[in-house]
Design a protein around this ligand. Structure first.
Ligand code: GLA
Length: 633
């Protein structure tokens, strides 16, 4: 009738053990022992609209998830806004924490006092984005890193989102999160339904550290599905910053050979192996091997890499199409664009219309043909432009505003098919670095390339922001060459190692060009990481000094059984005339003794927590140090 209104009334409810999947969408999961679900059935009798509010409470973590299922049992209507949750709270002098950024500067933390009016985060770029993040936290009163109450909210979705906070007239706070209503309008005929993605709601009474632990636990145990969920992630070397597009079989094998000698476990061949792609202007969509570069073919390369004892990984950017490609010649209408308008290109490319099944199927076929050619054990799934000027010839005018969400459903479908067809492959998502680091992607791909910025000092903030929500195992972090390619900074190899070891570790440089001394250092870094890998990837993360407000940055990973800890410290700028400082650690047992593996010294847990580790003399800028602690039984 042209009106915009809905009024829902309680009809009934049910409560049961376990958690249902959300059709076509990524979502947290848990068996009958792990969680309990409440379904609240409501109805708008005027519209004939049936709405189910789905709540799941987990038993091993302080988490409730919420999503909404909408079914139309009345006349045709348009759904113009469907958030996944909305909640009213008393104002408790809240501070809102959000994450913002840009390409190469992802997930910078922003704290704002909640004041009267609207605040929030949003993206209408067709992805969770570099710029904003589908995450908000409300910290009550004087809550900080280690104490106080924090409520975290995170959207398990990779497309457009909005997160809203409003302090209203009676000093109450309304928070909500869901699909962004801009460019969204879903036609519901009688009998049609719509499922919103879910929001994860986390409670912590031990500050931001506690919130992080809840998110990490939940995502490691109830979101990541891959076989790699609990498996140690291989130490990889990626050729992107080593060669960019200029490589061939011989060059890759020379890198692989050196990498194998130093203990690295996997070679990843990045962009440029397909079509006639020698720069970023062509060939996306033509996923067949360029045999001029890969002389001998893909299988030969994979076999040779395997013979050296390394796994092999490969890069794809499956959602894209270059206007200069065979695919575009054959199917110009497969690119998302508005008829009659010259499409804007991003990195010389357009987005494939993943709202169409035939497009998704064709890309899937091409990928399978490549992946079936050899023993490929890792895929980096990249995505390097945003969604703009959304138009699809496959849908009538009244459904054009469904395309952005239908695109996400198409993306999730292909990821579902690929990950189930290739369960042994470790998938890593990427979007110009960390432009689509989100819970939706994490469901299919257990790790993400955190940022295209590989500078160790820049990474301190990027990784701290990212690790607030995402498990360290999910954060791809690599040592790259100096001067750094993004900021041209010189940092010691040791510092680059300490910082990259905060996540899933690897290298992103031409190892054949390193000096013998540097190669020796790489060898010991690799050895060290193998020793601390389980603690870093699967332990609990504690922030000791934040990169956002201090010249010194420190963090610590504590194994689940509390027997092993890795403490990492970076001092950005040297200071004159100061005495060497101490670094207090957290969460040890006061009564127990701990050995510092590097020096053999033994300290009480209380000494390490209340007096601290001696940092010792550090000379020059950008210095780092790490300690491995072993609890003495
Ligand atoms: C993106 C990724 C990089 C690299 C390039 C290749 O920018 O983030 O790591 O794969 O694409 O073109």
């Amino acid at each position: 009738g042209g009106h915009t209104a809905v009024s829902l009334f309680y009809v009934s409810h049910k409560i049961y053990a376990g958690k249902p999947g959300l059709a076509g969408l990524p979502a947290t999961f848990g068996d009958e022992n792990a969680c309990e679900t409440l379904e609240l059935f409501c109805e708008d009798p005027v519209l004939g609209l049936k709405v189910t509010l789905l709540y799941t409470a987990f038993s091993d973590v302080d988490v409730i998830t919420r999503s909404v299922r909408i079914e139309n049992d009345g006349e045709m209507l348009y759904l113009t806004k469907a958030l996944s949750f909305s909640m009213d709270m008393d104002n408790r002098d809240f501070t809102l924490l959000t994450m913002h950024g840009s390409w190469a500067r992802e997930r910078m933390l922003e704290h704002r006092k909640v004041k009267k009016g609207f605040m929030g985060v949003e993206s209408v770029r067709g992805e969770s984005s570099h710029q904003e993040h589908p995450f908000m936290a409300l910290a009550a009163g004087n809550a900080d890193q280690s104490q106080g109450e924090v409520y975290g909210m995170h959207f398990v979705y990779s497309g457009n989102f909005i997160g809203q906070v409003e302090l209203g007239q009676f000093d109450t706070v309304r928070v909500g999160m869901g699909i962004h209503p801009e460019n969204f309008c879903w036609k519901l005929e009688k009998g049609d339904s719509f499922q919103t993605p879910e929001v994860v709601l986390v409670y912590s009474d031990t500050g931001y550290d506690g919130m992080t632990h809840q998110f990490h636990e939940l995502y490691r145990n109830h979101l990541i599905r891959s076989e790699y969920k609990d498996k140690k992630r291989p130490i990889l070397i990626n050729n992107w910053e080593a060669t960019y597009f200029d490589f061939n079989t011989e060059k890759l094998l020379s890198i692989a050979k050196k990498a194998a000698e130093l203990g690295i476990e996997m070679l990843v061949m990045d962009d440029g192996w397909f079509g006639h792609r020698n720069d970023d202007s062509t060939s996306l969509g033509d996923w067949y091997v360029n045999e001029e570069k890969l002389n001998g073919g893909l299988k030969h390369l994979v076999d040779e890499v395997n013979k050296l004892g390394l796994k092999f990984g490969i890069w794809f950017e499956p959602e894209m199409i270059s206007p200069d490609s065979k695919l575009y010649e054959a199917h110009p209408d497969w690119a998302i664009q508005i008829p009659g308008r010259k499409p804007v290109k991003g990195r010389n490319q357009l987005l494939l219309d993943f709202s169409r099944k035939e497009v998704v199927d064709a890309v899937y076929e091409q990928m399978c043909q490549v992946l079936d050619q050899g023993n490929i054990e890792y895929v980096k799934w990249d995505m390097n432009r945003n969604m703009t000027e959304i138009g699809s010839p496959a849908w009538p005018a009244k459904k054009q505003k469904e395309v952005a969400h239908r695109y996400m459903l198409g993306l999730y479908k292909i990821l579902e098919n690929l990950t189930s067809n290739f369960p042994n492959i470790l998938f890593e998502s990427c979007s110009g670095g960390g432009g689509r680091f989100d819970g939706g992607m994490l469901y299919y791909m257990p790790q993400t390339w955190t940022s295209d910025d590989t500078d160790a000092i820049e990474r301190l903030k990027i990784q701290e922001g990212t690790s607030l929500v995402y498990p360290t195992s999910a954060m791809g972090s690599h040592v790259s060459a100096v001067p750094n390619h993004q900021v041209h900074r010189m940092t010691p190899l040791n510092t680059r190692g300490v910082v990259a070891m905060a996540g899933s570790f690897g290298y992103e440089l031409d190892i054949t060009k390193m000096t013998d001394e540097e190669k020796e250092e790489v060898k010991s870094q690799v050895e060290l990481y193998k020793n601390i890998r389980s603690t870093v990837q699967f332990g609990d993360l504690y922030r000791l000094k934040s990169a956002f407000n201090s010249n010194e940055v420190a963090w610590m990973n504590l194994s689940k059984d509390g027997k092993k800890a890795v403490v990492s410290y970076v001092k950005k700028y040297a200071e004159p005339n100061v005495i060497p400082g101490r670094l207090k650690v957290k969460a040890l047992n006061e009564e127990a003794l701990y050995e510092v593996i590097e020096t053999g010294e033994v300290f009480g847990g209380d000494e390490l927590m209340y007096i601290g580790l001696e940092i010792g003399e550090l000379t020059g800028d950008y210095q780092a140090k790490s300690w491995t602690l072993r609890k003495i039984d």
